[in-house]
Design a protein around this ligand. Structure first.
Ligand SMILES: [Zn+2]
Length: 535
């Protein structure tokens, strides 16, 4: 049985045939790419025909850097980061509760009373007013305190007669023993232990499947999953959900450095797995981040003497990369500052003879580079894995801390010109998992609505940005013969867009929408309003 798609503007992204108007898919693979007239002739009994109505189709987008399970978890908790008063918290809690099933617990993060008007304090009554019928548990931004409503206090069993644990405090109304719902330090353990014992936690399977839906909605058909904080749980979870055919995202999975020896002992190698779940390699950190000025720099940050933090020394890095390469494991090295990018390239260069380019090596973020490093990506066969949305988000702090060095910050154009393999991702949950927003950032180097581009000479074209989400990640996962373009023989992962990104103005890219997403030729997401005339 085939699925036949007619009347589209279908960008194959294969250099020989750039564009066709019809595709036919059988057993998940593209069996025909050409003109609709010929595609119609392929129709046999039982085949389904879809009318693309002249919409644009591009290959499925791959987010090459996402902490998937962590992102999934974050998005299913209420985020109170920007709530500037208890009234705002109330509003957000009330709205979020509407999304939940009856009786489902409401979990929230990041409330920050330092942002509230003086005198406002967490109090169960504030939450009870808007959400009396289900337990509400909110964690503060510094994760040292919790704020519960009455239903949560009752469920956990914290009452007037519960005494303060050593090192903690159950805040009480003045002149009484009645808890206010505000718990400090070790008092939070009363709640966490209860949640642990009673499994009143997020149902992670549900959370991950909801995240998959959101990914499809954004046109994402594949992810490179960099380690989550709870890697030991997320690895088997993703593997199981894939095996049970509940997850249909093409996942390239990375392992944290602390598990390198374990992976070697097990004989786990890059590429082990199947079409939906594969081992990518090992993630290793060289430095911290720009925001906290812990990225490792050759020269001090502007206006102070700090050069950041060296998480891995060059010799440690060489050791680890060598050990991994001998075991057939590729590495993804986190390097943000110019000195850490230098370390990563040196170490990859040194260990290249061990695998002779067979392993697909990568550096994550690459936010600042010296000119002399740029040609080394191609020379040492290392991909630059970058997140275009970081540039417009970071530009002001980058200018502040790196000054004129920002000429070489997020240098997409220079890297492409040097022949480097450039892949794009989001780093979700740090930035939203939205490749179309990433394409806008890559082309415009600013946020929608902003006037000035940031170092526009490093901007790239729409086609180059799309390739960094399609063709290039496929190369990085050794899947260049399976995904990345829509040539016959490849897996039929594609996205139907509201407009043709190659024909609209760069500014309009910010309003580009995903109308539908297909994995293996089956439509897994479709915007409600559009029907594809399947017969
Ligand atoms: Zn990351």
């Amino acid at each position: 049985m085939k699925n036949i798609f007619l009347n589209g503007t279908i960008y194959i992204l294969n250099r020989q045939i750039p564009c066709v108007d019809a595709l036919a898919v059988e057993d998940g693979k593209i069996v025909f790419a050409g003109v609709s007239r010929d595609a119609k002739k392929l129709k046999q009994r039982g085949d389904r025909v879809f009318d693309l109505k002249n919409h644009t189709v591009i290959p499925g987008l791959v987010d090459s850097h996402v902490h998937f399970v962590y992102w999934a978890e974050t998005r299913s908790r209420l985020d109170l980061e920007n709530a500037r008063s208890t009234a705002e918290v109330q509003k957000k809690v009330a709205a979020f509760a509407k999304r939940l099933a009856e009786g489902e617990w409401l979990f929230g993060n990041n409330f920050n009373k330092n942002l509230w008007p003086a005198g406002e304090q967490p109090d169960k009554r504030i939450l009870d007013t808007v959400c009396p019928d289900r337990p509400v548990i909110l964690a503060s931004k510094d994760v040292h305190t919790l704020w519960l409503n009455s239903a949560a206090l009752a469920a956990v069993g914290i009452t007037s007669s519960t005494s303060d644990p050593p090192g903690g405090k159950i805040v009480r109304y003045s002149g009484s023993q009645e808890p206010t719902g505000y718990l400090l330090e070790t008092a939070c353990r009363l709640v966490n232990e209860y949640l642990e014992k009673n499994q009143k936690k997020l149902d992670m399977e549900k959370v991950v499947l909801a995240a998959q839906k959101e990914a499809w909605k954004q046109g994402v058909t594949g992810i490179h999953a960099l380690p989550d904080p709870g890697f030991e749980k997320s690895f088997p979870l993703l593997e199981r959900l894939t095996r049970e055919e509940k997850l249909q995202l093409r996942i390239l999975m990375y392992i944290p450095e602390k598990r390198l020896d374990w992976a070697i002992e097990l004989g786990l190698q890059s590429g082990f797995g199947n079409e939906f779940f594969k081992v990518g390699g090992v993630k290793i950190f060289v430095d911290g981040a720009l925001g906290s000025q812990t990225a490792l720099m050759f020269e001090p940050y502007e206006g102070n003497s700090s050069t950041g933090i060296e998480v891995s020394s060059l010799s440690h890095l060489e050791n680890q990369l060598g050990k991994a390469a001998k075991a057939n494991l590729a590495c993804a090295v986190h390097a943000i500052g110019d000195k850490s990018v230098f370390y990563a390239l040196e170490a990859f260069g040194k260990t290249l003879p061990i695998h002779d380019g067979r392993l697909r090596q990568r550096i994550e973020h690459v936010q600042l580079i010296r000119n002399e490093e740029i040609p080394k990506f191609k020379k040492y066969k290392v991909a630059a894995s970058m997140q275009p949305s970081h540039a417009p988000s970071d530009r002001y702090i980058a200018d502040q801390h790196w000054g004129r060095r920002c000429r070489n910050a997020y240098p997409w154009r220079s890297l492409l010109k040097s022949g480097a393999l450039l892949v794009f991702g989001s780093d979700a949950p740090v930035e939203p998992l939205q490749p179309l927003a990433g394409i806008y950032s890559a082309v415009c180097r600013k946020k929608p609505g902003e006037k000035e581009s940031w170092y526009p000479s490093q901007a790239i074209s729409v086609g180059e940005a799309i390739r960094a989400y399609t063709v290039a990640p496929a190369v990085l996962s050794c899947d260049e013969h399976k995904i990345g373009t829509l040539s016959p023989g490849k897996l039929a992962d594609f996205v139907i867009l509201s407009e043709d990104p190659f024909k609209i103005s760069p500014e309009r890219l910010s309003s580009l929408e995903v109308l539908a997403t297909a994995v293996g030729g089956e439509i897994v997401y479709a915007q409600k309003a559009t029907s594809w005339g399947c017969d």
